[in-house]
Write a protein that binds this ligand. Structure first.
Ligand code: PXG
Length: 441
């Protein structure tokens, strides 16, 4: 890897990297220069296996020709047009196709440029929905500890990631949090844990009892918490949240930025768990990660209420981004959805799940491993902390990279989310390498 550093000669100080130890990175840069299929190549030309699908973005494989061609053609035809009071053809087709895929009833789609923007959009829709129905007192938002909903102000406020919060102060007022769902009794479980589901979800009832259900606009959760370490909801948890929301008129928002598009073995986590939210946020794999894009899917009745409250010529929802429904992103998304359909890619991913979860579970015999868990093609391994929080996790990530494997760590949790096109032998390669590293740190 010193070779990689040697061949990478760009001045590095000017680019302030996101969520990165910048100064450490400058000393030992991990530069990914090329990708194809399930592999990357670093700047020295060494091959690396991608065990996290980009960043949960690229399940269909890197370098898909169909997407490249669709994007190229779109750039030749129409590079950009304003999305406010004008439209481009692809966005209507895309929203229609998404509505066909999404759980029954979620059939109105608003586009944004990133998961963070989708979250802000979803929360604003929820607030406005209540306002136009004469319930403007519903201002409270409920999130969850160890939740991650992006980096914008509402998103990190409802999120429960300590690192994301401690630098920026108080966040939005009127935000309350449920406990996270990672409990001792469910350690070393693949799939949904047996314990605690109803009690943990009853945190929402406790907030209703404390604050009044009619002060709460929405409850936002990731069906499976991703960034903080693949926290699978225990049995009964999401059903109970749904029931409490229904009783008290609270909108349930599923942030499916990671879970969506086949990651759970189903099209959406809502399908996997049989619980349908009122609003769903989507991003990442919507374009196979090729072009930034996100979407918010909304129950038709929510849009209807907002439309009904506005005059027939009025702008109903005073919100949008310069890059909402960007034509090039729409072209990438349409090509991506076609790949998902034509290659039956969600089924292909689902077929890999049993072996994947078995391999994750198989790491439990390594002495430093304190938990293994997973659902669909999302898996996590907790490591005993050594020397300080996150140090061992970081060491694992670096060593894996040096040996040809790209994965994610969250503190001392190793996260795997393989591409749906990964073969069984590539899965073996992934786990052999990871096992070796875990035994060496
Ligand atoms: N919601 C969820 C559930 C996410 O996982 C966002 C919103 C924000 O999306 P954008 O596109 O604004 O980043 C995310 C993003 C990690 C990691 O290491 C995960 C994300 C972002 C950065 C790092 O797990 N997910």
């Amino acid at each position: 890897m010193s070779q990689a550093a040697a061949r990478f000669n760009e001045p590095m100080n000017h680019h302030w990297m996101p969520f990165t130890a910048n100064r450490q990175f400058h000393e030992a840069p991990r530069i990914i220069a090329r990708a194809e299929g399930v592999y990357y190549w670093n700047s020295a030309g060494e091959k690396l296996l991608d065990a996290v699908s980009g960043l949960y973005t690229t399940p269909a494989g890197h370098g898909r020709q169909e997407i490249r061609e669709a994007v190229t053609q779109q750039l030749q035809e129409l590079d950009y047009a304003p999305p406010f009071q004008f439209g481009t053809p692809g966005s209507f087709r895309l929203a229609h196709e998404l509505a066909q895929m999404l759980p029954e009833g979620l059939n109105r789609v608003f586009f944004a440029g990133s998961g963070s923007e989708a979250v802000e959009t979803a929360l604003k829709i929820a607030i406005q929905y209540h306002r136009v129905r004469g319930q403007g007192q519903r201002q409270r938002l409920v999130g969850r500890a160890r939740g991650y909903h992006g980096v914008n102000f509402a998103g990190w406020s409802v999120g429960g990631m300590v690192k994301n919060r401690e630098a920026f102060g108080l966040g939005l007022p009127g935000v309350a949090h449920l406990r996270h769902t990672h409990i001792e009794a469910n350690r070393f479980t693949m799939g949904q844990g047996e314990h605690g589901g109803v009690d943990l979800a009853d945190d929402l009832q406790r907030l209703v009892d404390l604050h009044g259900g009619d002060t709460i606009a929405a409850c936002i959760v990731e069906p499976i918490a991703g960034s903080t370490g693949i926290l699978v909801p225990p049995k009964g948890y999401l059903e109970r949240l749904r029931a409490i929301c229904d009783t008290h008129g609270i909108l349930l928002i599923f942030d499916e930025v990671i879970c969506g598009f086949g990651r759970t073995g189903h099209a959406f986590a809502a399908d996997a768990f049989g619980v349908t939210p009122d609003i769903m946020t989507l991003a990442k794999a919507i374009t196979n990660g090729n072009i930034p894009m996100a979407a918010v899917a909304v129950r038709q009745g929510i849009q209807q209420a907002i439309f009904d409250a506005a005059g027939p010529d009025a702008v109903e929802f005073f919100h949008g981004y310069t890059y909402s429904a960007h034509p090039v992103a729409c072209a990438a998304a349409l090509a991506t959805l076609k790949i998902y359909r034509d290659d039956a890619l969600f089924a292909r991913g689902a077929a890999l799940v049993p072996k994947f979860l078995e391999q994750i579970a198989g790491l439990a015999d390594i002495p430093i491993v304190t938990d293994t868990r997973g659902y669909g093609l999302l898996g996590a391994v907790d490591l005993a902390t050594q020397g300080g929080p996150g140090l061992r996790g970081f060491a694992v990530m670096r060593r894996c990279f040096e040996q040809g494997l790209v994965l994610r760590v969250a503190g001392d949790t190793v996260i795997l989310a393989p591409l749906f096109i990964t073969t069984e032998s590539q899965l073996d390669e992934m786990f052999t390498l990871l096992r070796g590293v875990l035994k060496s740190v």
